[in-house]
Design a protein around this ligand. Structure first.
Ligand code: ZN
Length: 287
């Protein structure tokens, strides 16, 4: 059998030659720099805003600017190719173009015993539409900035049962892509606020069950669904790590879990990407 050597034995490789070899094969990650990261539908684009630039917008919606960086939510249905931010600079309208790359999200097939959660009965449609438009309005709301200098934390430790972006089929019928992250834990397990916020919704919704919206200001909203109990009410100010509710099975579920979603400039984005990118921005700004 042939022996496999990573480096020539007779002539030991110096550290520099190892690094050069690694670089030439693309083994070493690119130097940190948000602009170099790949931007995908359902992801985030972080852009260092030029000094004196103002009113950054994407798809005509205001974009969050944190520590002089635009934090742009990319809709999951965003076409691949060039995308444009608009802003004003010394009174002039400007644009900044960046590229959105493709991402293949996998399929997920789910069986629900309650057919009313797949094809809701006629009499519930008015309620469902009313709830959808209320949630949309809250996602698009612009509240004042909160102190986010501690970054964001995962609201529940548990088993990840579904990732963001799965193409979903309920009892064989295609539905919208999964708009959040599912974390399973026992019913009654406490759920924590991901960051400082104001509670903008605390209600029992048809599909989402007992739900909270936490508004972190500047169009950044996190949502917590399917809870058994809500521990805060609309208008409350919450701090990071505060218990806000308990894991449950309310709404469209197959078992006890938290559906957690993150919304930026009116678009739901991958919560895991958001945690990594936003926390890295906070860390960089804190240096
Ligand atoms: Zn979910």
């Amino acid at each position: 059998m042939k022996k496999i050597c990573l480096f020539p034995v007779r002539k030991p490789a110096s550290l520099i030659s190892i690094i050069v070899a690694a670089l030439s094969t693309g083994f070493v990650a690119a130097a940190p720099g948000f602009a170099e990261d790949t931007v995908v539908p359902g992801g985030i684009y972080i852009w260092p805003v030029p000094p004196e630039a103002d009113k950054v917008r994407f798809g005509n919606k205001p974009v969050m600017v944190y520590q002089q960086h635009a934090v742009v939510g990319i809709p999951i249905k965003q076409p691949v190719g060039p995308a444009r931010l608009t802003y004003t600079h010394q009174g002039q309208s400007r644009t900044h173009t960046f590229t959105v790359s493709g991402k293949q999200y996998s399929e997920q097939h789910i069986t629900l015993e309650n057919q009313n959660m797949v094809t809701p009965p006629e009499e519930t449609l008015v309620r469902i539409r009313r709830e959808a438009s209320r949630q949309r309005a809250l996602y698009n709301q612009q509240l004042p900035s909160q102190d986010l200098s501690a970054g964001f934390v995962k609201p529940l430790q548990g088993i990840t049962t579904s990732l963001f972006g799965h193409q979903r089929f309920f009892n064989g019928q295609p539905r919208n892509p999964h708009s959040g992250l599912d974390i399973a834990a026992d019913t009654g397990t406490p759920i924590q606020a991901a960051a400082n916020a104001t509670v903008s919704l605390a209600d029992d919704l048809y599909f989402n069950g007992k739900t909270l919206f936490l508004d972190h200001g500047d169009g950044l909203v996190t949502m917590y669904c399917h809870m058994s109990e809500l521990l805060v009410k609309e208008g409350d100010r919450v701090v990071q790590g505060q218990n806000i509710g308990k894991v449950g099975t309310t709404g469209r579920v197959t078992g006890p879990h938290l559906h957690w979603s993150v919304s930026l400039n009116g678009s739901r984005v991958d919560p895991l990407t958001f945690l990594a990118e936003f926390n890295s921005l906070v860390k960089q700004a804190g240096r």
